[in-house]
Design a protein around this ligand. Structure first.
Ligand code: ATP
Ligand code: MG
Length: 137
């Protein structure tokens, strides 16, 4: 069954949005198969966002993620990668649709509260980066 990596970023954790975000995935019918709070090192954050290393905001983004804690999760279900991104909404919360997590709960791109894998390959890589096989149910 299809799986994706979802993380509530430090701003989402600090703002007390964990239960709000988890309940949106649960209510849709997706299944939570792994979950843990992590304070990633900066080099771990750089690995997670390696695709963005040429972007001007890369350093700030990795610093921010490494402040932690981050709630790392794996969710399972039919179409969960694509649909999870729909639940999350557009990268820039000022352009995310109302009804999406970022659209309803965030305002600026640098503090957009949640991450979701953007395709099958990144989902596989990110799940393997954040979780050991025995942490997955
Ligand atoms: P994520 O990978 O976190 O789920 P995304 O796939 O919607 O987000 P990406 O293009 O992968 O968007 O960007 C990764 C993250 O980098 C964004 O979620 C955001 O936190 C940050 N980011 C993207 N663009 C900018 C920007 N212009 N300024 C500051 N931060 C940015
Ligand atoms: Mg991305």
């Amino acid at each position: 069954m299809e799986r994706t990596f979802i993380a509530i970023k430090p701003d989402g954790v600090q703002r007390g949005l964990i239960s709000e975000i988890i309940s949106r995935f649960e209510r849709k019918g997706f299944k939570l198969v792994a979950i843990k709070l992590v304070v990633p090192s900066k080099s771990f954050a750089q690995k997670h966002y390696h695709d963005l290393k040429e972007r001007p905001f890369f350093n700030g983004l990795c610093n921010f993620l490494s402040f932690g804690p981050v709630l790392a999760m794996v969710w399972e279900g039919e179409g969960v990668i694509r649909y999870g991104r729909k639940l999350i909404g557009a990268t820039d919360p000022s352009k995310s649709e109302p009804g999406t997590i970022r659209g309803d709960l965030a305002v600026v791109v640098g503090r957009n509260i949640i991450h979701g894998s953007d395709g099958p390959e990144t989902a596989k890589d990110e799940i393997n980066l954040w979780f050991k096989p025995d942490e997955l149910t």
